[in-house]
Write a protein that binds this ligand. Structure first.
Ligand code: AP5
Ligand code: ZN
Length: 215
């Protein structure tokens, strides 16, 4: 099964993808995570992406579709994929069709997380992750069970993203509205879009996504 999680910054795409990985053995392909890893490693892609990401704008379609193609080639044919943060433009949606067709994969579901944008600023500016294993947390909604210690790996090293300040979040939302939301009709025409209330509790959102995947 191959699915796209679609929604503005902070909608919960990464959170829900991590749960699907844990519960269903699917693989999460997050272009944001892959680009951040490239920036950290100082690769040529990372050097090109760094300033663009810090400004909250979109990295070029060629770069992101290239890294998605490479990532798909690492997977066995029957591994289910969650596309998280990709595609984000009409050109990327077209590239994804080609990348999937070349690998005999089909797109089963596009799940749109519907959210209230004002609440997202609060979600994003409160977000932090474990620097060792990448588990996501939030200052108010999801603190580690033992203060300062990652639930998953026991590390006490946490980090915040440089693009998680209010000004950059507003730019990221504007990019979503202008370039990403307009790709939904492509998938609506294929009858594969489902909508989930992304303002519900994390567990409820997971349940709603699970019912769609099992339907
Ligand atoms: P990317 O990393 O994809 O960021 P994003 O789309 O802005 O999404 P986020 O990761 O901010 O949010 P999310 O929806 O995953 O929410 P999360 O689960 O963390 O992209 C970053 C940048 O990389 C882009 O700006 C661009 O420059 C570049 N880029 C990436 N992909 C690209 C592409 N395809 N093309 C071009 N450029 C690209 O949740 C947020 C917080 O809320 C967390 O703290 C979480 O715990 C909490 N939370 C989640 N769900 C709930 C809930 N239901 N209730 C309460 N709290 C919740
Ligand atoms: Zn951890």
């Amino acid at each position: 099964m191959n699915i796209i999680l679609l929604g503005p910054p902070g909608a919960g795409k990464g959170t829900q993808a991590q749960r699907l990985v844990a519960e269903r053995g699917m693989v999460q392909l997050s272009t944001g995570d892959m680009l951040r890893a490239a920036v950290k490693a100082g690769t040529p892609v990372g050097l090109k992406a760094k300033a663009v990401m810090e400004a909250g704008e979109l990295v070029s379609d060629e770069i992101v579709s290239g890294i998605i193609g490479e990532a798909l080639d690492q997977l066995s044919a029957n591994t289910g994929v969650i596309f998280d943060g990709y595609p984000r433009t009409a050109a990327q949606a077209e590239s994804l069709d080609t990348l999937l067709a070349e690998r005999n994969r089909q797109l089963d579901h596009v799940i749109e997380l519907e959210v209230d944008e004002d609440a997202l600023v609060d979600r994003i500016t409160g977000r932090f992750t474990c620097a060792s294993c990448g588990e996501g947390y939030h200052d108010r909604y999801k603190l580690p069970k033992a203060a300062g210690i990652c639930d998953k790996c026991g590390s006490s090293d946490f980090k915040r993203r440089p693009d998680d300040n209010e000004e950059t979040v507003r730019t990221r939302m504007a990019e979503y509205r202008a370039k990403t939301a307009p790709i939904l009709p492509i998938y609506e025409a294929r009858g594969i879009v489902s909508r989930v209330d992304g303002m519900a509790d994390i567990g409820e959102v997971s349940q709603a996504i699970g019912s769609i995947l099992d339907s």
